[in-house]
Write a protein that binds this ligand. Structure first.
Ligand code: CA
Length: 231
C-alpha cells in the first residue's frame, strides 16, 4: 500500500493560528466540511501536536507567539514529519511566502482569504497525498462524493451524522483491507473526544441500519472491512 492514503474529507487536520476569531472560523469551516480538527493557539503547542499526532493536513500561521510558524515547520521537517502544510501569511509579507516554501510548506494562503479557497487547497493537498484525482469512491451500492461529503446507496442519498459519515468514508477509502477499531478511533476523533473504541461499535450498528447491513463486514478479532463484492 502506498503510504498514508488520505483521499477525502474524513481526515485529521491541525490548525495553528493565534488569532482566536480566525482560529474559530477555520475550525468551523473545516469541521463543517467533515474533517476532524485539532487546534493550537501558539507555536509551541502546535509544534508538539504536529510532532506527536498523525495529521493529514496542517494549516499553520507564520506569526505565532512562543515559536514562530517557520521554526515550527522547520522543526517538523527536521524530524521527518512530512504531512502537507499550508501556511498562512500576511498579504504584504511576500518574503514569508518564500521563506515558508523554502522551509517545506506545500502551499500558502495570504490573509485575508475566502474559506472556500482554503477548503479547495486542503482538498488539493489530500488528493495529492493520496495520488487519486477522483473525488468519488464506490463500494457495491454505495457511492461517496468526497467533495460534497455525500453518500448515496443505489442512487438514494443516505442521511448520516458527521461521525457516521467519517466512519463510513474512512472504511470506503480503505476498502481493500481490514481496518481495526483502534485505527478508526485514532483517525476519526479529535483529541478531546472520548476515545472509547466501544463507541465505534455503536456507530457501526447505526450505519448498518442506514445502508445494507452486509456492506460492512465484521472480521472477528481484527476489525471491519467493506464488502465490495466482485470488485
Ligand atoms: Ca498570527
Amino acid at each position: 500500500m502506498s503510504g498514508p492514503w488520505l483521499t477525502g474529507d474524513l481526515v485529521r487536520i491541525l490548525v495553528v493560528e493565534d488569532d482566536k476569531d480566525l482560529n474559530r472560523q477555520l475550525v468551523a469551516a473545516l469541521s463543517g466540511a467533515g474533517y476532524a480538527v485539532d487546534t493550537a493557539l501558539d507555536g509551541e503547542e502546535g509544534h508538539f501536536l504536529g510532532d506527536t499526532e498523525p495529521y493529514d493536513v496542517v494549516i499553520l500561521d507564520i506569526g505565532l507567539p512562543k515559536m514562530d510558524g517557520l521554526s515550527v515547520l522547520e522543526a517538523w521537517r527536521r524530524s521527518k514529519r512530512n504531512m502537507p502544510v499550508i501556511i498562512l501569511t500576511a498579504r504584504d509579507r511576500w518574503s514569508d511566502k518564500v521563506a515558508g516554501m523554502d522551509a517545506g510548506a506545500d502551499d500558502y494562503l495570504a490573509k485575508p482569504f475566502h474559506m472556500e479557497e482554503l477548503l479547495a487547497r486542503v482538498r488539493a493537498q489530500l488528493r495529492r497525498a493520496s495520488g487519486h484525482a477522483k473525488s468519488e469512491i464506490e463500494c457495491g451500492p454505495l457511492r461517496l462524493d468526497t467533495k460534497t461529503a455525500r453518500v448515496t446507496c443505489d442512487g438514494q442519498q443516505v442521511k448520516l451524522t458527521s461521525h457516521e459519515y467519517r466512519l463510513l468514508a474512512y472504511l470506503m477509502h480503505h476498502r481493500n483491507r481490514v481496518v481495526s477499531r483502534t485505527e478508526l478511533v485514532e483517525h476519526l476523533y479529535e483529541q478531546d473526544f472520548d476515545r472509547d473504541s466501544n463507541t465505534i461499535e455503536v456507530f457501526i450498528g447505526r450505519l448498518r441500519k442506514k445502508i445494507p447491513a452486509e456492506v460492512i463486514e465484521t472480521v472477528r478479532g481484527l476489525g471491519y472491512r467493506m464488502n465490495i463484492g466482485e470488485q
